[in-house]
Design a protein around this ligand. Structure first.
Ligand SMILES: C[S@@+](CC[C@H](N)C(=O)[O-])C[C@H]1O[C@@H](n2cnc3c(N)ncnc32)[C@H](O)[C@@H]1O
Length: 276
């Protein structure tokens, strides 16, 4: 497959997501609808509440907007294509979504304190300095009632891909990278509660995605945005094309079941309330 792709940079990830805005739901969202719904239920959203969705992507903000209408929601994402799609989907349901084309970091810098009821960040931790910044996610939400909701794959996810990639890097004598996401809900809770947040919900749901063969699995890793970054961008394209079938056969040999290849994801959901 590839070179280390962690951690991704905002710039190259934006490119990946611009390229994939229309296919993103097919690559990823349809597999994780249940954790998305569960997190939204845990938020107990009420009509009129103001929601901001960081790293909003194309469409999942909608699920929250349906519950908070007639209030407008805010979608923050550096990818124009992702935002356009989200706004169009909201409009088609008569819902109002205000797009803000910024990184999460830039938005947080300029955001008015306590100006939202809910801040949601779903599958976007890889793009923020979460080890240092999770506690500060409470700033935009109101004291006492405001909630912060996180949905993320944990570092234990897709062990089939990670083990194959690590073995590959060992063979090539190249440096290994690790997923830029938390290891556990314990780790997320410890970071959130450093600020003035208390956890109300936390859980992990398993999600398995099947691929017809190793090549399809390898293409998914490269095209879905699951892995992206400067290291990947810098990796020579012809070398990548040469290595991909080898990576694919390793996946099949080590993890294939009747030729098909599964990737197992640990999806963590956490909701925290801002203390009064
Ligand atoms: C994996 S998608 C998640 C989309 C959506 N939240 C979901 O759960 O389906 C990651 C999104 O983060 C956006 N993104 C990339 N870098 C970002 C950054 N620095 N700040 C905020 N969003 C970023 C991408 O454009 C993409 O839409």
């Amino acid at each position: 497959m590839t070179t280390p792709t962690f951690p991704p940079s905002p710039v190259s990830s934006r490119q990946v997501y611009d390229d994939n805005a229309s296919r993103y739901d097919d690559f990823w969202t349809r597999h994780v609808l249940q954790p998305h719904r569960r997190l939204t239920e845990d938020l107990a959203l009420r009509p009129g509440e103001k929601v901001v969705d960081l790293a909003a992507g194309p469409g999942v903000t909608l699920e929250m907007l349906r519950k908070t209408a007639p209030a407008a929601g805010v979608a923050v994402d550096p990818s124009r294509q992702m935002l356009d799609r989200g706004v169009a989907l909201a409009k088609s349901e008569g819902l109002e979504l205000v797009p803000v084309q910024l990184t999460a970091q830039a938005f947080l810098l300029g955001c008015e304190p306590e100006s939202f009821d809910v801040l949601s960040l779903r599958f976007g931790l890889a793009y923020v300095d979460w080890e240092n910044e999770l506690a500060s996610l409470s700033m935009p939400v109101r004291r006492g009632t405001g909630r912060v909701a996180l949905l993320t794959n944990l570092a234990s996810s897709a062990p089939q891909a990670l083990k194959t990639y690590h073995a590959f890097m060992d063979e090539l004598g190249r440096e290994k990278a690790w997923p830029p996401v938390p290891k556990s809900t314990d780790q997320i809770e410890a970071l959130l509660t450093r600020g003035d947040l208390e956890i109300t919900h936390r859980w992990v749901e398993p999600v398995r995605i099947w691929f017809a063969n190793g090549l399809e699995a390898s293409d998914w890793l490269l095209q879905s945005g699951y892995i992206a970054g400067e290291a990947l961008d810098a990796f020579p394209k012809d070398l990548l094309d040469m290595l991909k079938p080898i990576f694919a056969s390793k996946l099949e040999a080590d993890f294939g079941e009747d030729g098909r290849v599964p990737f197992d994801f640990d999806i963590a959901g956490v909701v925290a309330r801002r203390k009064p």
